[in-house]
Design a protein around this ligand. Structure first.
Ligand SMILES: C[S@@+](CC[C@H](N)C(=O)[O-])C[C@H]1O[C@@H](n2cnc3c(N)ncnc32)[C@H](O)[C@@H]1O
Length: 285
């Protein structure tokens, strides 16, 4: 046992991370100390004087070096909270972004009147969108598709951790290829970064999110073209598609979905006011 308390270690680490110019040093320090000690938020507050073991201190030193080398906290811990739920992340999955919670909120409102909804998640990654929806809607069933086997294994492990495996299936596929049947909700956060912009992304994104989750082709819109062509065949007549948008892509994506035979009902902003989720449906009547 060392003389260092959790609270002291957290504060000193926060000072060093701040000095290194990181944007959220105190939060990062708390999450990393919690990561090595297993202390909950409440334990961190109620028991600030708890001493750290030698092993915990040694692991924290390793975590600090990784953080200072630009690795995101979620990658160091292998976990990210999304919609208040824990999701494992690996090098094969996108690190779920808080902005994507706008899609979950929008989808839940659209599903309010639908009993036992069937949900399809295209490009599921960690499964964060689909599993958050299934967690909220105990009567829902879901299918998650990804082109990456490694991502699908992570999604399946997340479903098991959240006790949702019985209501979800994950399948490898290229968007909707080979999918039979129709769904009340199709949700997707596709890769939408312009290929030429990837080099200029923040290092934490460029070096740690998989290219497959970022690369939207030359103009960033390749996946939207594929989705607009495919979704009409898997959506019910009263169903909705909720699709994440990259910043500034709303009108370009509308101009892809409408000629593909879908009605764009609205574009929903995220908490920062940035248009984030496009809601589309089959034309009525
Ligand atoms: C931006 S990530 C989104 C992951 C997760 N849904 C989220 O919101 O955090 C896009 C995902 O689409 C998957 N993907 C890329 N191309 C695909 C394709 N042709 N068919 C199916 N999935 C694809 C990637 O592997 C990646 O997991």
């Amino acid at each position: 046992m060392t003389l260092t308390t959790r609270d002291h270690a957290m504060r000193m680490l926060g000072v060093r991370l701040r000095a290194a110019g990181l944007s959220t040093p105190e939060l990062d320090a708390r999450l990393l100390v919690q990561g090595v000690t297993g202390a909950s938020d409440i334990e961190m507050l109620r028991e600030p004087g708890t001493r750290m073991s030698d092993e915990e201190e040694a692991r924290l030193a390793v975590f600090e070096r990784r953080r200072l080398a630009g690795e995101p906290v979620s990658r160091i811990l292998g976990m990210r909270e999304f919609w208040g739920l824990p999701f494992a992340v690996t090098p094969a999955t996108l690190d779920p972004r808080p902005d994507s919670e706008t899609l979950v909120e929008t989808a839940l409102a659209l599903l309010r009147e639908t009993a036992e909804p069937r949900i399809l998640d295209l490009g599921t990654g960690t499964g964060c969108l689909l599993l958050s929806l299934l967690h909220e809607r105990a009567d829902a069933q879901g299918t998650g598709i990804d082109i990456s086997d490694e991502a699908l294994a992570v999604a399946a492990s997340n479903a098991a951790r959240l006790d949702l495996s019985a209501r979800v299936s994950f399948r490898r596929g290229n968007w909707t290829d080979g999918i039979g049947g129709r769904f009340d909700l199709v949700i997707s956060n596709p890769p939408y970064i312009r290929r030429g912009d990837i080099e200029a992304l923040e290092r934490e994104v460029r070096e740690h999110d998989p290219l497959l989750a970022l690369d939207g082709g030359e103009d960033g819109l390749d996946a939207y073209r594929a989705l607009a062509a495919a979704i009409p065949d898997v959506l019910t007549q009263t169903g909705h598609a909720v699709i994440e948008l990259g910043e500034g892509q709303g009108e370009a994506v509308r101009a892809i979905f409408e000629p593909a035979g879908m009605a764009v009902l609205r574009i929903v902003p995220d908490l920062a006011g940035i248009p984030r989720a496009l809601v589309a449906a089959l034309p009525r009547g």
